[in-house]
Design a protein around this ligand. Structure first.
Ligand code: WT7
Length: 630
């Protein structure tokens, strides 16, 4: 196992000082511990005004050699992946580093045999089975750029992503198991592919055995894999070559294909994984995220495998067959580090605590939280019932765009504070800005910004560098702007207060309101719509849609159902609004801009402090909307 974790707060503070004084010397030292074919000539080159960021310039490597080959020398029989299937009746699998290496190489040859090469984009739309991790690593092995699309997304969302990246190949499965549902992945993919001319090969993994349609471009994974060997030398990549694209929703327009590159991403995910979770040799680490999200990329696959850890992959959901599945899996595999989302904690907290206490959770050493601010109540429940008050909790703040965790405590090494993500990682220079973009000092509340690059920052938005500049580097020139607000206590701890843009985090999923509005507007009866978030006790936030219709609606219930179905079809079920209200108008400024601030207050039932509405074009509409709230 590779070990560069700080195990004491002294070591950590020392590292932090070094990283702040001389980030390049600091990251140089970390990066040297990896296997490179050729060392870099320069550690960092950046210009936040351009913007352009490059790390380890001229360095040559392949990330899979670091995640697989180098562990073959020291720990070939160590378990790399533990797979826990959806159904209890199916046996768990343990895949050693040696076996994973062999299966990745063979899958890489399968991709090559079907025409894939360095730089091609390959879309992966698969359930949470080992072959998903293998597919990701196989792409990286040959230098193809993977674009994983979460298997809960709809056909049209999949098609949009395939077309945006001009993917050549699709890797999918006949279906996927999730709780008591079977998702017809191949059928959804078939529907998507009617709109995707660029895909020439579709490789299908047999998982459920359900009936599927078969097209001329389709190939069975199990047949193709038989035709090739498991000997596949790694493609040598430049440090700055793209490793993958991962889409995240923005506050406007189409999803943003965030591009991560090979060298910096590898160094930062491995470094942060080991430090944050204080992973030690032999530990079993479990992150419950889906590989379709950045958490799964960085902290199920790349980070853990790069250091030689044992990482658990779970196919199912926390509620199946019952609400104790997480705890059952922790006990069964003696999980040491457990990393999940506040929305899952809040959902589980609603069920009797015997569901937790009946399982032996004594193996747990560290708990983690990610995806949204964790509220006080959920934090304490997690601490008491799951951690038995002896496991440090790391509340990790980061984003798809940041590639790795940026603000967090290190488990048991630095102090934790409920609801606070706490301190920036070494080399991460976080500041708070006021509305004019001035840095504010000491205890304060403001806009979160970062003033120096870290190795795993996304380098661009696929095909749209201008948008990358506009979204992240233009609001406050010279800084990276993540879109979150935060407050800072006297000790320098950060508490993330939530988004400051039109993105709403629902059950830990980042959803832009604009694409949902566009979907609603597709309905023939809808003239205009506005979607806002409001607090929800399990999901963190839920969506509230206000819609103006072109006619009197006789059957409002039918309209609401139809609208929810359109959103599910265009984006995915996670984006369905909880509440849809038909209104005769929306509060607007004189220049015609929707006053979302007012809609957010109405949706959240915060009616006592609406602020000044007299400047609205149509102040009377506010009263009417409140009166007709369902
Ligand atoms: C947004 C990024 C990071 C992987 C999962 C989500 C929110 C994330 C925290 C946290 C408060 C958090 C932020 C961020 N967020 N972690 N620990 N505390 N807020 O990735 O989909 O790119 O979303 O999630 O608002 O900007 P993502």
């Amino acid at each position: 196992m590779i070990d560069f974790a700080y195990r004491t707060s002294n070591d950590y503070l020392e590292a932090k000082e070094k990283a702040t004084d001389n980030p390049e010397a600091f990251w140089n030292e970390v990066a040297i511990t990896f296997d490179w074919h050729k060392p870099w000539v320069k550690v960092l080159e950046y210009d936040f005004h351009k913007p352009s960021v490059k790390w380890f310039l001229g360095g040559k490597l392949n990330i899979t050699e670091n995640c697989l080959d180098r562990h073959l020398k020291t720990q070939p029989n160590q378990t790399a992946i533990i797979f826990e299937p959806n159904d209890l009746s199916e046996a768990a699998q343990r895949i050693s580093y040696k076996e994973l290496h062999s299966r990745v190489c063979q899958a890489a040859n399968m991709l090559k045999a079907n025409g894939a090469k360095k730089g091609d984009r390959i879309c992966i739309y698969m359930p949470m089975v080992p072959e998903l991790a293998i597919a990701v690593l196989a792409c990286a092995r040959i230098g193809a750029i993977h674009s994983v699309v979460f298997a809960g997304f709809s056909a049209s969302a999949l098609a949009t992503r395939i077309n945006d990246a001009d993917c050549k190949m699709l890797l999918t499965a006949d279906g996927g198991y999730r709780g008591n549902k079977v998702t017809p992945l191949k059928a959804i993919a078939d529907e998507a592919l009617t709109q995707c001319a660029s895909i020439t090969h579709c490789i299908v993994l047999k998982r459920t055995g359900q009936n599927i349609a078969w097209n001329t471009i389709d190939l069975w994974w199990h047949e193709e894999i038989e035709k090739v060997t498991n000997n596949c030398p790694a493609e040598i990549m430049d440090s700055e070559d793209p490793l993958f694209i991962l889409y995240t929703s923005g506050s406007t327009g189409t999803p943003k294909g965030m591009v991560h590159s090979c060298g910096g991403y590898m160094v930062y995910t491995a470094f942060s994984f080991q430090n944050v979770f204080q992973y030690q040799k032999g530990d079993v680490y479990w992150c419950t995220a889906d590989i379709g999200w950045i958490t799964g990329h960085s902290y199920i696959i790349y980070g853990p495998l790069a250091v030689g850890a044992t990482t658990l992959m779970f196919e199912g959901v926390p509620s199946y067959p019952d609400y104790d599945r997480f705890w059952e899996v922790c006990a069964k595999h003696k999980v040491n580090q457990f990393y999940t989302a506040p929305t899952a904690i809040r959902a589980l907290q609603k069920h009797p605590s015997e569901l937790v206490s009946k399982h032996d959770l004594s193996s747990l050493k560290v708990l983690g939280s990610v995806g949204e601010p964790i509220n006080e109540e959920a934090w304490h429940w997690y601490d008491e019932h799951v951690g038995k008050k002896k496991c440090p909790i790391v509340d990790t703040w980061w984003q798809t765009e940041t590639g790795g965790i940026l603000i967090t405590s290190l488990a048991g090494v630095t102090p934790q504070k409920p609801t606070y993500a706490t301190l920036p990682m070494p080399g991460v220079q976080v500041v708070l800005l006021d509305n004019e973009g001035n840095e504010i000092e000491a205890e304060a509340e403001g806009i979160l910004a970062i003033k120096h690059p870290w190795p795993s920052i996304a380098r661009t938005i696929w095909g749209n560098h201008e948008r990358y500049k506009n979204v992240y580097f233009s609001a406050y020139p010279g800084y990276y702007f993540p879109g979150d607000g935060a407050l800072r206590d006297a000790q320098g701890n950060y508490r993330i207060t939530g988004r400051v843009d039109d993105v709403v985090i629902v059950s830990g999923h980042n959803l832009g309101t604009a694409p949902i509005e566009n979907a609603l507007n597709e309905h023939e009866s809808v003239v205009e719509s506005a979607v806002v978030g409001f607090p929800h006790d399990v999901k963190g936030n839920a969506l509230y849609a206000f819609v103006i219709t072109n006619d009197i609606i006789d059957d409002e219930e039918a309209l609401v159902d139809a609208l929810r179905a359109i959103v599910a079809k265009t984006i995915g079920p996670i984006a369905k609004p909880d509440c849809i209200q038909v209104v005769s108008g929306l509060p607007k400024t004189r220049s015609g801009k929707i006053m979302r601030r007012i809609l957010r207050k109405i949706a959240a039932d915060q009616l006592d402090n609406m602020g000044d509405i007299s400047t609205l074009l149509n102040p009377e509409i506010v009263e009417e909307i409140i009166k007709n709230k369902p």
